[in-house]
Ligand binder design. Structure first.
Ligand code: FE
Length: 133
């Protein structure tokens, strides 16, 4: 398997769009209601836009009203890593792709209660959707 963790930032910059590089590698945030997937309702799977790891299923996607794609849980729990994030004067939990270390978004505890109460708030540009065959 390719070692994404040792990939240089220069290499990432060549492969990703400027916005993807800003979000995935520099922990940026795409403006709400601008991404490709915040209002995307097709059935399928969302993969990491940087390394292709399988991350979220459309089955757990819900309309959070935030303007970012929101999921109640990852499709593959081991594919996700969480880290404490105290930047911007807030205490949040960052969500990272385990395989490549790319920043995906944050997870909050205000998700649908009947689905476990989590809200994985993910940047569209960190994701790559593939429809169900
Ligand atoms: Fe990744």
């Amino acid at each position: 398997m390719k070692d994404f963790k040792n990939k240089s930032e220069e290499e990432w910059e060549k492969e990703l769009t400027p916005q993807q590089f800003n979000v995935l590698r520099e922990k940026g945030t795409e403006p709400a209601f601008t991404g490709a997937y915040w209002n995307h309702k097709d059935d399928g799977m969302y993969y990491c836009a940087a390394c292709g790891a399988k991350l979220f299923s459309s089955k757990t996607k819900f309309d959070s009203g935030t303007g970012w794609p929101s999921f109640t849980e990852p499709e593959v729990a081991e594919a996700i890593e969480t880290r404490e994030d105290t930047s911007h004067g807030m205490s949040r939990t960052e969500v990272v792709c385990k395989k490549c270390g790319g920043h995906l978004g944050h997870v909050f505890d205000d998700g649908p209660k009947e689905e476990g109460g989590k809200r994985y708030c993910v940047n569209s540009c960190s994701l790559d959707f593939k429809p169900l065959e």
